[in-house]
Ligand binder design. Structure first.
Ligand code: CS2
Ligand code: MG
Length: 402
């Protein structure tokens, strides 16, 4: 059995997606996602120029060997571009293998560990009152877990505040727009949001919050401590994790559960955090961390330390990643939660899929493969549109982490 073609498809049904379609000499094909928000074309070039020519003629059944070939063989290991390209190939090959076996992907991974996958949605508003309302709407939709973000008085376009209700899309300009940040103002305001949320809705729902890499370890520890009375499910990306050791300081001062990993690319980014039990949830996902083959290794390492998964699931992860992640979540023994930001109708039409949402949970389908396809004709109607994530500056103009 041979790979006879690998086609990179770029489409923008409301936002950009990069998709790899691998076709075999037996007519079976598989689909993988390679989207990197705001840097899409880098992965397109990596795939077209450096991956596709190498894999034509290879046996698509040798998933592990092809993964090692692309990882070790590149010599220049890791990084968001390389690992997304590897993920796209890996996911397309798992799709092919599962189709050939006539089974949904989760069966090949080891079968079902649960019926549904608990997911969390994004509630946000310009201020506390608006966010409290938005959380109420998610509760009405049946969500058991909700991430809450609020605008902060005096901060221009604080992270996480979208314009729409169900669809939050930060990559919204042809060049990066400039947003603001002020840690003091956020530390004064964010705990009040959670106080109000618990006062309004009680403690039956899981609440989450994303710090989006904005705080220093000491500030993060302070925030975690202030949020303790509100019993968060997790506090995410509260400080940048290039220095994994930074989490030790936070950990020593707060019992608020910590989650990190959406920008990690390999197990090495998370190794110290996991082995020293500095986090509670590992948020790596299929597309950014080298596909099913590598994410499985990360989840297994995390399981040794009672750390659970919580895969990234923002809109820039295509339905192909979402579908694959749901098979992964359905199997993985140490599952925690799955992020779920809904895609628009246009996106769902370009990527027909069989996963469904009901009562706060997502369900992968039973179609052989990962259950997500691409309508190439429709995809062609939406050409690539440059779109960047914003940047953030402090009041005095200093660049900060967006
Ligand atoms: C975020 C994302 O979903 C999350 O937790 O941190 O919204 C992130 O900002 C985007 O995926 C960036 O592309
Ligand atoms: Mg995040």
């Amino acid at each position: 059995m041979k790979i006879i073609s690998a086609k990179v498809i770029v489409t923008c049904p409301g936002r950009n997606f990069v998709t790899l379609k691998i076709t075999t000499d037996q007519g079976v094909y598989g689909i993988g996602d390679a989207t990197m928000n705001g840097r899409e074309k880098a992965v397109v070039a990596y795939l077209e120029d450096h991956v596709v020519p190498c894999i034509i003629g290879m046996d698509p059944r040798r998933i592990e060997d092809i993964w090692q070939y692309l990882y070790r063989g590149a010599y220049w290991r890791r990084g968001p571009v390389t690992m997304r390209a590897i993920a796209a190939v890996d996911v397309a090959l798992w799709d092919i293998k599962a189709k050939m076996a006539g089974m949904p992907l989760y069966q090949l991974l080891g079968g079902r560990s649960r019926d549904g996958v608990m997911c969390y949605g994004h509630a946000n508003g310009a201020d506390i009152a608006e966010t409290v309302d938005a959380v109420g709407q998610y509760i009405d939709l049946g969500y058991k877990a909700i991430r809450a973000q609020t605008g902060v008085p005096g901060i221009k376009d604080a992270y996480g505040v979208g314009r729409g209700k169900l669809f939050y899309e930060p990559a919204d300009a042809a060049l990066p727009s400039v947003t603001g940040w002020d840690t003091r103002k956020a530390l004064n305001y964010v705990p009040k949001l959670f106080e109000k949320l618990r006062e309004t809705y009680g403690f039956d729902h899981h609440l989450l919050h994303d710090g989006h890499h904005r705080y220093t370890p000491q500030e993060a520890a302070n925030l975690g401590k202030m949020l303790e009375p509100y019993q968060l499910f997790w506090l995410e990306d509260v400080t940048p994790a290039e220095n994994q050791e930074a989490f030790r300081l936070i950990r020593q001062h707060t019992v608020t559960p910590l989650a990190v990993g959406e920008i990690f690319n390999t197990i090495w980014d998370a190794k110290d955090l996991i082995q020293n039990q500095l986090i509670d949830y590992i948020r790596c996902t299929i597309v950014s961390a080298g596909g099913v083959t590598h994410l499985r290794r990360i989840a297994d390492l995390a399981a040794l330390y009672q750390i659970r998964t919580g895969s990234h699931g923002a809109t820039d992860l295509s339905p192909v990643t979402m579908g694959t992640a749901l098979h992964f979540d359905t199997w993985v023994p140490n599952f925690g939660i799955q992020e779920y930001m809904r895609h628009t109708e246009e996106t769902d039409a370009v990527f027909p899929h069989d996963y469904t949402f009901e009562a706060g949970e997502l369900f992968c389908g039973e179609t052989p493969g990962h259950g997500v396809n691409i309508d190439e004709e429709l995809a062609a109607k939406y050409p690539y549109k440059p779109a960047y994530l914003p940047v953030a500056r402090l009041e005095d103009g200093t660049m900060w982490n967006w």
